[in-house]
Design a protein around this ligand. Structure first.
Ligand code: CDP
Length: 255
């Protein structure tokens, strides 16, 4: 790379570099950091844990696109509509604005999700949403409506965007694409432990069945099916702790 291009690239990434933690060795300050980071993968593979931590470390916006599909699903159920009625669900996704913003409370949330003036951040993680969200997310009109909003935010850069189709459809130009995978059993085990640690009750078998069902719907739908982008780096988290996954992903950002 010639010097002029090098310095123009360096200044482009200047803002991004500000977010790097102080304790990291200064040599990183001369490395270009990816401005748009896409993390895709199946249900409960640890995308939000990784994405949130990566965004926090880099000083980037964290954007979990699954929350938008969950918010639409919540609205459909709250209004007593039929999840199977594609036309009605699509119209709702086109008309109702969903606000996803950085967390305003320190109660374990990674984002605030507001619809119709209501904070529904915790509501959308409930089992009835888990059971219906993949049906809603398979409707092409719903995907178009939400992807437009996601792309608009992602294109601004300094963002870690998490979902199923970020590296393939929403932001194919992402500078770094990670596909985070794990076996259904391991993912179900993590989700089960998470519910128990919050004082809830759950059945491992039921969670596993739901994870497998969502994987099937997400990867066989016609529009934007779940799959790794050709240029994605695949991380298999079956034998890695959350810390090890983070270290590997962070290395990819700075090397
Ligand atoms: O957190 P978890 O992995 O269980 O799911 P999520 O990321 O909250 O996403 C919920 C559902 O939304 C997924 O099962 C997909 O059906 C859908 N989704 C999608 O289709 N495309 C995205 N970019 C994000 C989520």
């Amino acid at each position: 790379m010639d010097a002029q291009r090098y310095f123009s690239r360096l200044s482009k990434y200047h803002g991004a570099l500000k977010g790097l933690r102080r304790q990291k060795p200064p040599v990183f300050l001369y490395m270009p950091v990816p401005l748009i980071i896409a993390i895709d993968g199946p249900a409960a593979s640890g995308k939000s844990t990784l994405g949130f931590r990566l965004a926090e470390t880099l000083g980037y916006l964290y954007f979990d696109t699954g929350l938008m599909y969950r918010a639409i699903t919540w609205l459909v159920l709250k209004r007593g509509m039929d999840v199977k009625n594609e036309a009605v669900v699509t119209q709702l996704a086109q008309e109702v604005p969903i606000e996803v913003s950085p967390p305003s409370l320190e109660d374990g949330r990674t984002c605030d999700v507001v619809v119709d003036g209501l904070d529904i951040t915790w509501e959308i993680g409930k089992p009835e949403i888990d059971s219906n969200v993949s049906t809603v997310a398979a409707y092409p009109g719903v995907r178009t409506a939400l992807s437009i909003q996601q792309r608009r935010i992602g294109k601004r850069g300094r963002v870690v965007m998490v979902g199923r189709d970020i590296g393939t459809i929403v932001l194919p130009e992402a500078d770094l694409k990670i596909y985070l995978d794990a076996s259904p059993e391991q993912r179900a085990r993590r989700r089960y432990d998470e519910i128990l640690s919050r004082g809830g009750k759950a059945s491992y078998e039921e969670i596993l069945a739901k994870v497998i069902q969502r994987d099937r719907i997400d990867s066989t739908r016609i529009v934007a099916p779940l799959k790794a982008a050709k240029d994605a780096i695949i991380l298999d988290s079956d034998k890695l702790s959350a810390d090890q996954v983070f270290e590997k992903a962070y290395d990819l950002c700075i090397n």
